[in-house]
Design a protein around this ligand. Structure first.
Ligand code: 5GP
Ligand code: MN
Length: 343
């Protein structure tokens, strides 16, 4: 199972860990289950082999991950900048998880980039920038947590893995594959699941907490978005949902409340891609999903300076919600060529 990750990277990663005593783990802004799962999962593993390990997040993790062991111990840069800066300064190794470019860390980026210690990237996004001393990038993996598990096993630390680490790692796999419904074709992934279950993880609780638990307002917002705001473009097999700040306020929006919404239009038979545009305080947040290999990452890259994965991508737009929507609708014909490739 360890053969997919090259043995030189595994050896070098192990050497860097062995040479370090204070280790920081960090991830992208608006952290999701994979970002928090991979950082916290590795932090727990490092604790069990006697290392001081601290997770430093660019901003707060959503409430649906609060069940994760160690959630409260994570440093949040937007809440405790001094603590985070000091922790990063004192570190002798930084493990960057689940992002491919420093800009994905927003205001935490300079803190991490200016740190003098060595850095390792552990990630599954396309086209990573070479900002770390050791780059462990596998865009074909379902999740950074899958990659992290392979690294843990490959480095010979599986025996040291406790229930807390296994729970975090499985959470990232479960959230990025939407409970084994997307990006989960590789048979090895199920071997990893078995090895995590052998650690005693409760998969049912993980699925319920991370994917299937939400607030009253979050459910109402999704129902409203689908019934009132979903536009369908049959010629392009596309769907667009927009939510303005006023609409979000009306539904008492809290961070994470629209998680999963972008996937819903793909349930319509024949729909190939779905794009959700949300008016955040600082920008229009773009979230895109597709099926059948349609590259929504191209749309996010071309129109919104973003990226991600072929079938799950995002970006940011600086302008009005309507401008953002119109830009997308006008560009749709350009991407029809990818539809033709769909079998
Ligand atoms: P989500 O829609 O869940 O926010 O993000 C889906 C995927 O797109 C994730 O893998 C995420 O890393 C990537 N992504 C989301 N927003 C951005 C962005 O602004 N820039 C880039 N480069 N990738 C993004
Ligand atoms: Mn991920």
């Amino acid at each position: 199972m360890d053969k997919l990750v090259d043995s030189e990277s595994i050896k070098e990663f192990r050497r860097l860990i062995e040479e370090s005593s204070k280790i920081v783990l960090t991830c992208h802004v608006r952290p999701d289950g994979d970002a928090v799962g991979s950082t916290l999962g590795m932090a727990h593993l490092l604790h069990s082999i006697g290392k001081e390990a601290t997770v430093v997040l660019p901003d707060k993790a959503p409430a649906n991950l609060s069940f994760l062991p160690g959630y409260k111990e994570m440093g949040v840069y937007t809440c405790h900048p001094d603590f985070c800066r000091k922790t990063v300064e004192d570190a002798d190794l930084i493990i960057c998880c689940d992002f491919n470019t420093p800009s994905r860390q927003d205001s935490l980026a300079p803190v991490i980039q200016n740190a003098r210690c060595r850095k390792v990237l552990v990630d599954h996004h396309q086209e990573p920038e070479r900002f770390a001393d050791l780059m462990i990038s596998y865009p074909d993996m379902s999740s950074t947590c899958e990659l992290m598990f392979r690294l843990i096993a490959g480095m010979g630390f599986y025996a040291d893995m406790g229930l807390d680490s296994a729970t975090c790692i499985l959470t990232g796999i479960v959230t990025d594959t939407r409970n084994f419904t997307v990006n989960c074709k590789h048979p090895d992934l199920y071997e990893i699941l078995i090895r995590l279950l052998e650690k005693g993880v409760n998969k049912e609780t993980i699925v319920k907490e991370s994917l299937n638990t939400r607030s009253y307002w979050s459910l109402k917002l999704e129902a409203y978005a689908i019934s009132e705001k979903m536009e369908v473009f049959p010629a392009h097999k596309a769907s667009v949902i927009t939510l303005s700040k006023e609409e979000l306020d009306r539904f008492n929006y809290e961070k994470g409340d629209s998680e999963g919404l972008v996937n819903r239009p793909l349930e319509i038979k024949g729909m190939v891609y779905s794009i959700f545009l949300r008016e955040d305080p600082d920008c229009i947040k773009v979230s895109a999903r597709s099926c059948d290999g349609f590259p929504v990452s191209e749309i996010c890259k071309d129109l919104y300076g973003g990226g991600g994965h072929v079938q799950a991508a995002g970006g940011e737009f600086y302008g009005s919600l309507e401008e953002c929507r119109q830009l997308l609708i006008d560009a749709m014909p350009k991407y029809d060529k990818y539809l033709k490739k769909v079998k």
